[in-house]
Design a protein. Structure first.
Length: 590
């Protein structure tokens, strides 16, 4: 009779459809035996659902049919009594190891291996089990080399003696949505899906996403890594789901506060039910836990409130510009320009050449902001295209007009000011586009300029690169490249060696170089960042212009025809084939 009932159970299992996964394993036919004839065999029962859990006999039968080492394709619910407890909980891992059976004896027992507590949370001191407790377990199961058990950390106590604390299935219901942009953020299941196939090798070697947006409601605030008021780390760990329940959660691990800043005293205001958008990088920790990368994500918004975010804020809008004065980057263009630059440490990182970025000040930051007559004389602020906190770029420790320190009376930058910033950009820590500290200045402030990068009286850029409207040097540097263009400027010196920054000479004294010279928009210029090195090829141009043979050419205006490209580590004029100086022509006019 027992075998007859068991055969009926097998037929029922064969026809069963699992709602949580379409990949249902093949049916099984594993007989149960016992060495004690006085022990009554318990038939398999249940469908493995929350409403109708498997009994232990059915869980054993279901798990035995899995391939050795494979886990079940979906969560199942198992109901039984605690037989014995190997590890009530571990302080370090917060899980428990114990056995259950249908009748509370050791016959036909099933191993609950390192399962979490009620609500799919870690065990804490006081969360204890006792032999004889009636439990329902929810999670994945596996046939581990013949040992039938729950998969480590993929199962939890759904109920304990009738008590439940939510937690839902570890295979949550709902749909993955979103593309990870601010306009279309991932929902929590979408974020989990985005990292599903990312690899994790160790705590130091793992794949991550680019910066993405994830939107949801806080369902739980975790103990591990949660901020403390005024604490050392200033981050918070919490779970979010689409509806604020514990179904379909995503783990936001060690996330910073609004504006990509640390949580500080008075900012302990996140709570269950809050709607948040998190911006940052995601990973698949240990290959089975989708979460944010610690310290690489922050609250972009909290119940609709935003405070920008140190290096990119929103991404609505287009990246524009080429970084020249004639066509400066907009803030999103500047962020895009450094996206792939590497950062290894505060001393080892990639940076752009000097470029121009135009925008409106959206916020003046605390970190590094100038004080009236202060020690550092720089300012840190954010700019965006429209002056809002959307699409910000971080201008970090920027000097004043003319590449000078902010001084008393120059505390006149304010939110809404239109600025052009000139200098080098970097991608700090690989996730924060910003200016290099001390390597950028205000080129203009509400249209006012004082020369930019050096403080000399350099004229505003002029020209279009044609013979009738040649570039001056300022415009040629801003153009950065060009083939077959005209550039005019004043001869101010020459370069000794192969590096402009260490070989510039603003004199003809002792000149023994014939292959190059320096030009600038001002005859009195001595700031090498405002000069262009000029390659003088063999022939008439070299003979007529080089300062060793023609020292009288210093400070004279010259018109050159050639190409604008990199030379001696800077923007220069190369392949010069035609020149005009002192009313004379050299070479053949194209």
């Amino acid at each position: 009779m027992k075998k007859f009932f068991y055969s009926l159970f097998i037929l029922a299992m064969t026809a069963m459809t699992f709602t949580s996964c379409e990949d249902v394993p093949a049916p099984f036919d594993i007989p149960f035996t016992t060495d004690d004839p006085n022990v009554e065999t318990i038939d398999p029962a249940g469908s493995g659902t929350q409403a109708d859990p498997y009994n232990v006999a059915a869980a054993i039968a279901y798990t035995q049919q899995l391939e050795v080492g494979a886990e079940s394709p979906q969560d199942i619910y198992i109901k039984g009594k605690v037989v014995s407890i190997d590890e009530n909980y571990t302080t370090q891992y917060g899980n428990a190891k114990f056995y259950i059976s249908d009748d509370g004896t050791a016959n036909n027992r099933f191993l609950i291996y390192r399962a979490l507590y009620l609500g799919n949370k870690k065990y804490t001191s006081g969360d204890l089990l006792n032999e004889g407790d009636e439990v329902i377990i929810c999670g994945r199961v596996t046939n581990y080399n013949g040992t039938l058990e729950t998969q480590q950390n993929k199962a939890f106590l759904y109920s304990l003696n009738g008590k439940t604390e939510g937690g839902g299935s570890t295979t949550p219901t709902g749909e993955a949505k979103g593309s990870g942009t601010l306009a279309d953020p991932y929902n929590p299941l979408g974020a989990a899906a985005a990292v599903k196939n990312l690899t994790w090798t160790s705590n130091d070697v793992y794949d991550v996403t680019d910066d993405v947006y994830v939107k949801g409601k806080i369902s739980r605030i975790a103990d591990n890594g949660t901020f403390t008021d005024g604490g050392t780390y200033g981050n918070a760990s919490f779970y979010i789901s689409e509806d604020g329940t514990e179904n379909g959660e995503f783990y936001c691990f060690r996330v910073l506060y609004l504006g990509n800043k640390k949580f500080e005293s008075g900012q302990t205001d996140i709570k269950v039910g809050d709607e948040v958008i998190v911006l940052g990088k995601l990973m698949n920790y240990r290959g089975n836990t989708p979460e944010t990368v610690a310290g690489k994500a922050y609250l972009y918004s909290l119940n609709g409130k935003t405070e920008g975010g140190g290096g990119g804020g929103g991404t609505q809008g287009d990246a524009k510009g080429s970084g020249t004065l004639a066509d400066p980057y907009n803030p999103l263009g500047a962020a895009a320009a450094v996206k792939n630059l590497t950062w290894t440490s505060n001393d080892v990182y990639d940076a752009t050449d000097d470029v121009y970025v135009k925008g409106k000040i959206s916020r003046i930051a605390d970190n590094g902001t100038f004080t009236d007559g202060g020690s550092y004389g720089n300012a840190s602020f954010y700019i965006s295209e429209d002056g809002t906190v959307n699409g910000e770029f971080y201008c970090f420790r920027v000097l004043y007009l003319g590449n000078k320190k902010f001084e008393s009376g120059q505390t006149d930058i304010k939110v809404g000011d239109e600025v052009i910033v000139f200098g080098k950009l970097m991608n700090y820590r690989g996730n924060t586009p910003e200016t290099v500290a001390g390597k950028a200045c205000l080129y203009s402030l509400n249209g006012k300029t004082e020369g930019g990068g050096g403080g000399s009286d350099t004229p505003d850029p002029t020209g279009k690169g044609s013979y009738s409207e040649p570039y001056d040097v300022t415009a040629a540097i801003a153009a950065a490249s060009g083939t077959g263009v005209y550039v005019k400027g004043y001869i101010v010196g020459y370069v000794e060696g192969q590096v402009l920054s260490s070989g510039a000479h603003f004199t003809t004294d002792g000149c023994d170089v014939k292959s190059n010279m320096l030009i600038a928009s001002s005859a009195s210029e001595t700031d090498i960042s405002k000069c262009m090195p000029v390659q003088l090829p063999n022939g008439d141009v070299r003979t007529g212009l080089n300062l060793q043979d023609n020292p009288g050419n210093i400070k004279k205006e010259v018109l050159l025809y050639g190409n604008i490209e990199k030379y001696f580590g800077a923007t220069g004029v190369k392949a010069v084939t035609y020149a005009e100086i002192d009313g004379k022509t050299i070479g053949t006019k194209p």
